[in-house]
Design a protein around this ligand. Sequence first.
Ligand SMILES: *[C@@H]1O[C@H](CO)[C@@H](O)[C@H](O)[C@H]1NC(C)=O
Length: 164
Amino acid sequence: MALQSLLCLALFCLTAAAAANDPAWQGAAAKNILKQQPKSLAEQAISDAGFFPHYLGPIIDVQNAGVKGEVYFVNSTTIKIAGLTLPTGPPAPLFWVDYHHLLSGQGVHLPSDKYGYNILGTYDNEDVYVTIPVSDQFPTVLSYKSFGVWCAKFFVNFAYISWQ
Ligand SMILES: *[C@@H]1O[C@H](CO)[C@@H](O)[C@H](O)[C@H]1NC(C)=O
C-alpha cells in the first residue's frame, strides 16, 4: 500500500514536471493570464488620465435605414458623432444613452443643439455633440452602456453603439 502511494506520488510529480515544461501548456497558461488583462473602459478611464478623447467606432445601423456616423467620447460628459447622417424614416427618433448594452428605452433622452428636446429631424453628414446628464449614480458617460438613436414611437433601437 505504502509503496503504491509512493509510486503514485512519483508518477504525479513526473507528470506535473512534464506539464510545466511543455511549451503548449505554458502557452495556455500565458493565454489565461492575458485573458484576465482586458480592462473595462471604465477601468481604463480611471487608470489612464489620457483616456479622453476616446474613439468608440461607427454607429451600428440596426434597421438598415442609412444611419451613419463615427462615435467618440470627447470627454467624460460629451459624445461626438462625427459625420452623422440621419435620414427621414425612424418615427420619433431621439438621441439616447441607455442603461443596457442595446438601447432598451431605459435610460435618458439627450437634447440636441439642432432640435432641442423635440423629436429629431434629419442630419446630413454633420458633426453633432450631445451632453450626458451627470449625477452621483451616473458620474460619467461610462456609467451608461450604450448610446444611439432610439425610436420612441415603436420602442426600437434604431442605431447605437455600446461600450464596457
Ligand atoms: C466636454 O467637452 C465639451 C465640448 O467641447 C465642453 O463644453 C465641456 O465643458 C467639456 N466637459 C468637461 C467635463 O470637460
